[in-house]
Ligand binder design. Structure first.
Ligand code: C2E
Ligand code: CA
Ligand code: CA
Length: 891
């Protein structure tokens, strides 16, 4: 479940980012305040200006009044003079001077006064410094003519100037026309009186030059004409600065006077900054509340938004929670640990199947529902969780109203709420199906484990069986192979004694399997007695055992052990009423432990050695050696060649003739097998017979020889050569063959012309009924039976009589010595006697000299075969030999 995040309002920054509304409100407020401020400023300025202008006007008024006063008072003085002159037109200089000096005082701005009767200056006061002006004719003076004439024509005083004075400085010249009144009352021009007002003094006296004067003044209107705009006092620039204007009214004409405050109009009132500050302060006083209100408004809106968001979140959560609770069928409960009040939601009631109307505010309601077997544990878990103050987790059963059982899982946690009350809050849900499933799984797991154990036991047992022999309990061939091949095996053998029981098959066949089993068990126990703890004995075949030596052992100790075993095995073993005897042959192989994979060869080597031990005669042991091995390898090659030779029919009969001892007539031939080897030429049986016997293919050779012999005999007959009898050698195994007679079917021969030579040794062991039956069958087919190598096999005479052979063939080992050994001669003589007495014909083989032939003839032998007469030869040579009767030459 994602962690829900609620931002804390209290922790928020005081200044929020203002909303548009509050920005708008602030904007309007700022605009209004700015407008008010500007208006205030403008107003302030205009009031300031008006006040300044009033001030200037006031100052200007003073100056103007002074100016007017000064000029007027000066001119008034001069008017007195003019009036006097009008009455005294003949005024002279003295008079003029005296009167003038009376009004031109020290403090007057008048500099001088001139009188010009008839417009020519002749009177002057003061004369000093003004002498140059005497004689000036106004009518002729370009500079002064105009104003002079204006005064004359207008009859009024004309104030001219300011002009630069001849005496230096500037001044205003007031020209008064002077008219004399005649007796008749008419006016008559006297001339002009000109008074010069010193401009500088006038200005100074009028306060215009006062440095403290707070205004700057400019005066214009030269010659007191208002139309003239020449500025003659002050800075012309003042006119450009919206000066306060006023008129200086002169007796004739006027000047215009303009004033501005000293230094110009100050646009900014002195209190401008104060008022501005006031405005700003006022503005701030207005703005700040608006700003704060805006902030508060924004925050409130923020809070409302946040609350709304949380409300939505809460709604979402509670919806999800409800959905979760609904779908999961989870009930919620809470127990106030302080008051003990229990609160259950409706789902809890369903879960516990509480009857309607039952009080569910008390703890008992829960405890009452619990299965009695779970009650104690569930309560314990519950109170333990509460005491520990941590989480609570418990599974228990409750009994429903109908008596059925439901598994409930409860989880919870102890909390303390904001008021410091402790309570445990938790949920319950139905886990019956979980528990059932779990139980089923557990049972299934248990049974699977049981089954696995059984299987494991069975497997172990099978493993044991697969590695052990059931009869003797000894390890078997598989076990041995494992130990041999596993390079890490703890019991890896370093030498093997391969033991084969002799005559075991005989005991098994004659005394039954119980006897056989007893012999095997006995043999096993004997072998076990002859091994140490680290060695082991294995039974690897019917009557084959192996002693695996794991400790290093030398040849001498192994040989001693083999001897001991052979000796112990030879002791007769009682079984029922018999004393069973058997022997053992042992092949011993020692590992070359420097080779890691010696295990692979060890058993094969021991087997080779065993084979040799057996073929060297029984009850003996043989060590494996490399020469032994190479012989075996050679035999293997020969064996392969023999099988190949059989396929290609490389075996053929040679024939050795047999002769009547008295007449020396041919009585028959013995067919002797030869191998026409592709590279080695004609090979005699000593080169292949033993191997063929091991390969168990001698009967195939016999069969080939028999067939070819019969075929050759047919050739002889056809060639007119008479050979009365053909003897073939028959291997011992064939006599045990049930199919011997059947295999002879289809052979064509004259009854009595075919004879089977059988080794005397055959009759030693095997005297069973099958052989006797086969003999009878052969006789019925007209095949004679001849006992070969007679005198070497110790056949009992009884068995001989029982088989009723046609002939005995005295072994050449007995025949050869008769020429020089009396004893041998007597032995042969007695054999011949036995034959004669039983009606069995006697043949001698190995008749090497004619001396032999004579002795045998004299002893009563019937037939002779040997080198004295002829060796074995191929069929063609035989035919020649018989036809030419060459043997007669020899004899
Ligand atoms: P055997 O049946 O006793 O055969 C006579 C052996 O004596 C022959 O040897 C023969 O060549 C040899 N021999 C003949 N005259 C004299 C003699 O004056 N002095 C001496 N010392 N030996 C003489 P061969 O042919 O080498 O055969 C050896 C043996 O092989 C046979 O002994 C026979 O037991 C066996 N054999 C030969 N051919 C066959 C056959 O076709 N089938 C079977 N099963 N065995 C055969
Ligand atoms: Ca023979
Ligand atoms: Ca023989």
């Amino acid at each position: 479940m994602p962690k829900l995040f609620f931002p804390k309002i209290g922790a928020r920054h005081f200044l929020t980012r203002p909303s548009f509304a509050s920005i708008l409100a602030m904007g309007i407020a700022v605009a209004v305040i700015s407008a008010a401020g500007i208006f205030w400023e403008v107003q302030n300025r205009s009031v300031h200006l008006q006040r300044a202008r009033a001030n200037v006007a006031e100052q200007l008024g003073v100056v103007r009044a002074r100016l007017e006063g000064n000029i007027n008072s000066n001119l008034q003085l001069v008017r007195g003079l003019v009036a006097l002159i009008a009455t005294q037109p003949d005024i002279d200089q003295d008079q003029f001077g005296r009167i003038s000096s009376s009004f031109i005082g020290k403090h007057s701005q008048l500099r001088n006064v001139a009188g010009a009767p008839d417009l020519v200056v002749s009177l002057m006061y003061p004369m000093e410094g003004n002498e140059k002006a005497i004689g000036l004719d106004y009518r002729k003076n370009n500079q002064q003519r105009h104003t002079a004439l204006r005064a004359v024509t207008s009859g009024e005083m004309v104030l001219a100037g300011p002009v630069d004075l001849l005496q230096g400085g500037t001044g205003f010249i007031a020209r008064f026309p002077v008219f004399m009144k005649t007796e008749d009352g008419t006016r008559h021009l006297w001339g002009l009186v000109a008074a010069v007002v010193d401009a500088d003094r006038l200005y100074a006296d009028s306060g215009l030059l006062d440095p403290d004067l707070p205004i700057e003044i400019a005066i214009l209107g030269k010659d007191a004409t208002i139309t003239d705009k020449t500025v003659f006092f002050g800075d012309e620039a003042i006119l450009q600065q919206e000066p306060v204007l006023s008129n200086v009214v002169l007796p004739t004409g006027r000047w215009q006077i303009a004033a501005i405050p000293r230094g110009g109009w100050s646009a900014v009132p002195v209190n401008a900054w104060k008022t501005r500050l006031l405005t700003v302060a006022g503005g701030l006083l207005v703005l700040l509340p608006i700003f704060i209100a805006g902030q508060l408004y924004d925050q409130r809106r923020g809070h409302i938004r946040e609350l709304k968001r949380r409300q939505l979140q809460m709604e979402g959560l509670s919806q999800r929670l409800k959905l979760a609770l609904d779908t999961s069928k989870i009930g919620i409960w809470e127990l106030n640990l302080d008051t003990g009040v229990l609160t259950w939601d409706s789902r809890m009631l369903e879960l516990y199947d509480i009857p309607e109307g039952r009080d569910t505010t008390q703890y008992d309601v829960w405890a009452d529902c619990l299965h009695p077997d779970d009650l104690e544990r569930a309560e314990r878990e519950y109170w333990e969780a509460i005491e520990a103050g941590g989480t609570y987790h418990s599974d228990f059963r409750v009994i429903l109203q109908d008596g059925s059982i439901r598994w409930i899982r409860a989880i919870g946690a102890v909390h303390t709420n904001t008021r410091g009350q402790r309570y445990i809050l938790g949920v319950n849900w139905d886990v019956s199906s979980d528990i059932q499933l779990k139980t089923r799984l557990l049972t299934a797991k248990q049974s699977a484990e049981d089954r696995n154990r059984e299987l494991e036991d069975a497997r172990a047992l099978m493993e044991h069986y697969s590695l052990h022999d059931s009869l003797t309990g000894l390890p078997n061939r598989r076990f041995l192979d494992q130990e041999l091949l596993d390079e890490e095996a703890p019991q890896r053998p370093t030498a093997l004694l391969h033991i084969d029981l002799d005559r075991f098959k005989h005991i098994n066949d004659t005394l039954g399997h119980a006897a056989g089993d007893a012999m095997l068990t006995h043999a096993a126990s004997v072998l076990k007695e002859n091994v140490s703890d680290s060695d082991f004995v294995a039974r690897i075949g019917g009557d084959e055992f192996v002693i695996a030596i794991t400790e290093p052992a030398d040849e001498a100790s192994l040989a001693a052990r083999a001897d001991r075993i052979i000796a112990q095995m030879r002791r007769p073993v009682p079984f029922e009423n018999h004393q069973c005897r058997f022997g053992v042959s042992i092949g011993i192989a020692m590992a070359d432990t420097t080779l890691s994979d010696y295990g692979r060869h060890l058993l094969v080597d021991a087997d080779i050695a065993l084979y040799r031990a057996k073929s060297n005669g029984r009850n003996r042991f043989e060590f494996f050696s490399d020469t032994l091995k190479s012989e075996i390898v050679h035999n293997k090659q020969v064996a392969d060649d023999i099988l190949f030779a059989l396929e290609r029919q490389e075996f053929l009969p040679y024939f050795q003739p047999q002769f009547d001892a008295r007449t020396l007539a041919i009585t028959g031939v013995e067919a002797l097998a030869r191998w026409k080897h592709p590279t080695e030429g004609i090979l005699t049986p000593d080169r292949f017979l033993k191997t063929a016997d091991e390969l168990n293919v001698v009967h195939l050779i016999d069969r080939l020889i028999l067939e070819q012999t019969l075929w050759q005999s047919a050739r002889w007959k056809a060639a007119g050569i008479h050979i009365p009898k053909m003897s073939v050698n028959v291997s011992a195994g064939r006599l045990n063959d049930v199919q011997l007679v059947q295999s002879l079917d289809g052979l064509v021969f004259e009854p009595g012309s075919l004879s089977f030579e059988l080794l005397e040794s055959i009759f030693l062991d095997e005297k069973n009924d099958l052989i006797a039956a086969n003999f009878d069958h052969l006789r019925e087919m007209g095949i004679d039976i001849e006992i070969d190598d007679f005198g070497t096999g110790y056949a009992s005479i009884v068995s001989l009589i029982h088989l009723r052979p046609k002939r005995l063939k005295i072994d050449r080992q007995l025949v050869i010595p008769i020429t020089h050994s009396e004893g041998q001669r007597r032995l042969v003589a007695s054999i011949i006697d036995i034959g004669q007495s039983l009606g069995i014909k006697v043949v001698a083989e190995g008749v090497e000299t004619m001396q032999h032939a004579r002795i045998l003839r004299d002893l009563g032998c019937d037939a002779l075969q040997g080198y004295a007469f002829a060796p074995a030869m191929p069929s063609d040579r035989l035919m020649e030999f018989v036809r030419e009767e060459r043997w007669r030459e020899a004899s």
